[in-house]
Ligand binder design. Sequence first.
Ligand code: ARG
Length: 272
Amino acid sequence: MRKYLLGALMLTAIIILSACSSSSGTKVEDIKNNGKIVVATESEFAPFEFKTLINGKDELVGADIELAKAIGDKLGVEVEFSVMSFNNVLASLQSGKADIAIAGISVTDERKNIYDFSDSYYESENVVIIKKTNLNTYTSISSLSKQSIGAQKGSIQETTAKDQFQDSSIVSLTSNGEMINELKSGQLQAVVLEKAIAEGYIAQNDDLTLANFSLKSDGTDAYAVAVSKGSDELLEQINQVITEVKSSGKFDQWLAKASTYTQVDSSDDSSE
Ligand code: ARG
């Protein structure tokens, strides 16, 4: 009788233990066994991740894409990109659909409650983009009161816009390309984006410009790779890659290379 009881107890302990270990983060070993790492990303965020035409075919390019490939190389596995709307990127870690997320994701205290982050690999800041013809009209936050301001759904810019443009109407859109189109057509009067992204759009649209006023800074805005909580060994590997590509200048080269590509509109297929 005692033997059975002991056996049952041990069995229960084993079940509990294995349940715990499978829920505590993504294991490097599992990734290696699968032979691939699934990377959640988005595709309208040049120069970090976007689509361009190469030999007549849409290809996912950008500095984050290169970073993901370097992580794949480090682990000796293939990289499978899972492209989705930005507002689904982090959640895909929780549901186990992706192993890591790389999408110009800013580290925030709120996000840190739910996910773990690598060391940061890029520093960013928010800017306001408007039509050139409105440069002398929209000269301050208050000059945009009662106007419509765009920000990407699920991004920190959405929160910043809501906090700082309290008398404006904030329109959250899934696609940055669509937001830019609405700005050009006059449905939106301003859009809040991060500087490098805004500059990319301005370079391709000579009717757009940066507004002459700045937003209040909400502290540092740094991009990092996100993983599910408890993926410590995986984070260690990712951090080694980040240290290497930053110190060797590779990350900057990837950014420079990315800015030579033209972003193609992918708003149709990023609305998952
Ligand atoms: N850095 C901002 C954030 O984390 C925006 C990122 C948007 N990324 C993208 N691929 N659209 O909220």
